[in-house]
Design a protein around this ligand. Sequence first.
Ligand code: TYD
Ligand code: MG
Length: 454
Amino acid sequence: MAKNKTAYVCNECGQDFPRWQGQCSACQEWNTITEVRLGSSSATRTHQFSGYAGQATNEVQTLDKIDLAEMPRINSSFTEFDRVLGGGIVPGSAILIGGHPGAGKSTLLLQTLCQLSLNMPTFYITGEESLQQVAMRAHRLALPTQKLRMLSETSVETICDIALKEQPKVMVIDSIQVMHMADIQSSPGSVSQVRESASYLTRFAKQQGIAVIMVGHVTKDGSLAGPKVLEHCIDCSVMFEGDSDSRYRTLRSHKNRFGAINELGVFAMTERGLKEVANPSAIFLSRGDEASSGSVVMVVWEGTRPLLVELQVLVDNSAMANPRRVAVGLDSNRLAMLLAVMHRHGGLQMSDQDVFVNIVGGVKVSETSADLTLLLAMVSSFRGDILSPDLVVFGEVGLSGEIRPVPNGQERLVEAAKHGFKRAIVPKANMPKVPPKGMEVVGVTKLSQALEAL
Ligand code: TYD
Ligand code: MG
């Protein structure tokens, strides 16, 4: 029996400390550090799993001797899900799916596992819902349920013991916040329980070659329970997002050891469960026939593909001493910066105007390619000019009013042309030698040129 160990862990950020202190020096929160007793050390517990697929894990090897052939990815019946994961589920990987309660994480995983179970052994562990509830949902969605193995359990050790006998290829843990380990003396959902459970399950996944998908609820500020706590031990972290009043849900990778990050998958929540949206540009663009001022379409780059989204700006006389600047789906610091650039280099004074910016469809854009679109939409709203509905704009704007190129310019233009856009205002350095068929491309180097081109 190993010695009992004591650690002090911050419940906000998961930082370890050798002794108790009032303020966490990592996240600056007060009174968040609690004592945690770690029964036997985590390292000793791992010995119960031997290496997987007959591979001796404690043998030193050179990298070129390691066999890659036996790691084909598992296709999860959803092509959007596969793309976000970088081309399918990697055997033996640990995947975390985060999202707000009600986003549809359980639905997505139930649909995926029911389909997968037709071809391979799968295992679904539910700690939140009863087996009847899951069965009722599967029945209502008319899923093939005859092969899916289910378990209602919250003890991580028991789950791993049963999984050793079941030998599934893919296992779902719903959710990591209700899991607990006997050795840790704090309640389920606390940072130390979540952290130990997740790292135990991750080691289990690696050593047994079982892909483990864990569900994690996000806290009110939008971070995953005990933020950085989980991210470092798992292989992929994807977030399932979407307003509960909107039909559309987006799945985005934030960390991926096997593919690109920021890859976006789009789903629609219907009364028959989740359906993939194959052409997301079409839904974010579904505009009425009537063009209005302040609305411009841009092409953002999401992971490995372009996405057309509409940006709307409303500029209106302000009744307040401090006019309001509101940005939804866009960084408000960037809005403030662009307003200053507009004043200095575009000659438009908006200090007595309220400015509201919205990205249609609830998309969040963190890319700088939205800069030029935002400025032109702002001018359009300010002057009340209606812009042609077949215009598309993108480009980064620098502080001296210069228009800078953005990555993947050519592909963005091709995507816009595919959706019937006839005219584009883009950075000069992004001008293609041959513009896409049927499209007029205007290259600009300065804000003043872009305003002229409007
Ligand atoms: P759920 O998968 O339980 O969310 P999570 O596990 O992320 O908390 O999804 C529940 C929501 O999805 C709920 O608000 C109802 C909605 N929903 C549908 O609209 N249609 C359906 O077919 C299903 C199963 C759920
Ligand atoms: Mg759920």
